[in-house]
Design a protein around this ligand. Structure first.
Ligand code: SF4
Length: 284
């Protein structure tokens, strides 16, 4: 892992995230989980400004001054966000994993969360694939007393692997356990089924989620990968592997089928696509 002195830390959102939060925040550049299943269709891997020709999953750069930059810029960005977006809300993170295996020693994300205690956003979305998020439950609890906080844990399916692709960095069971610990810690936990992969047993899956999460969000790579027709993801190996398991899973109708299953079996708030990521859930 490399260290770098970053120039900025709070990015005003555009594109897919614009109606989700006012800002995104990446404590790292690149992603330590990029070589696992989620990295295959990862939307961030297509960002040439991030990769600069490097292979996704093969590099990780830590922003050593991330917390200082947050402290310095939070008030200015909060004023801008409240004027232009209605609230100062932060998505942590959209183009990296905020809790990679290096985080417990590096402490970059933890430093940012501590800085947020001094200047909290109005809303914070912690988005992770990693069970290491449980290491900061105490800190997240403190933050949830100062701002609206949702912890989003990605569990895209009840499968840990698809044929021909690398396995998930953390098993479904491990991530369910992490969700349970987060919720037992008093946090609002959202499982993001995103991007949706073929689910073997939707009834059992959503019943299991009901035990550990407060809400679920379902998002498909079609409409969800930053292009209207999922063309970014079609260029990757992910759709072929999905079709090998369940041919209809690459169509948007599969998302609607799974949303219906979630509404039936999860028995709680269900969000769809970017509305879901923004916390705009369907309760009916
Ligand atoms: S953890 Fe997130 S940013 Fe990293 S490869 Fe997976 S989907 Fe992409």
């Amino acid at each position: 892992m490399q260290w770098v002195e970053a120039k900025s830390i709070l990015t005003r959102t555009s594109g897919y995230l614009k109606t989700v939060t006012s800002h995104s925040l990446q404590p790292y550049v690149g992603c330590a989980l990029g070589g696992s299943l989620c990295g295959v269709g990862c939307y961030a891997r297509h960002n040439v400004f991030v990769t600069q020709g490097r292979s996704w999953g093969r590099f990780l750069v830590a922003k050593q001054n991330a917390a200082d930059l947050y402290r310095r810029n939070a008030e200015r960005e909060a004023r801008w966000a409240r004027r232009h977006r209605g609230a100062f809300s932060v998505f942590l993170s959209s183009a990296t994993e905020p809790f990679p295996p290096q985080e417990p020693r590096a402490g970059v994300t933890e430093g940012v969360l501590r800085a947020m205690l001094q200047s909290p956003p109005d809303e914070l979305v912690v988005q992770t694939h990693s069970c290491l998020v449980v290491g900061v439950i105490g800190l997240l609890r403190e933050l949830s007393a100062c701002c609206r906080l949702r912890v989003h844990v990605s569990i895209e399916s009840d499968r840990d692997a698809l044929p021909g692709l690398p396995r998930s960095a953390y098993t479904v069971r491990q991530r369910l356990d992490a969700c349970r610990r987060l919720r037992d810690g008093g946090l609002f936990v959202v499982v993001t089924v995103a991007p949706l992969l073929p689910i073997r047993d939707p009834k059992a899956f959503f019943r299991a989620l009901r035990e550990v999460a407060d809400a679920v969000v379902v998002d498909h790579f079609v409409e969800g990968d930053g292009t209207p027709d999922g063309r970014r993801t079609w260029k990757t190996a992910l759709p072929k592997a999905m079709e090998a398991v369940l041919p209809r899973s690459t169509g948007l109708a599969y998302r609607d089928e799974i949303v219906e299953a979630a509404r039936q079996w999860f028995d709680g708030p269900v969000g769809v696509g970017r509305d879901g990521f923004a916390g705009r859930f369907r309760f009916d």
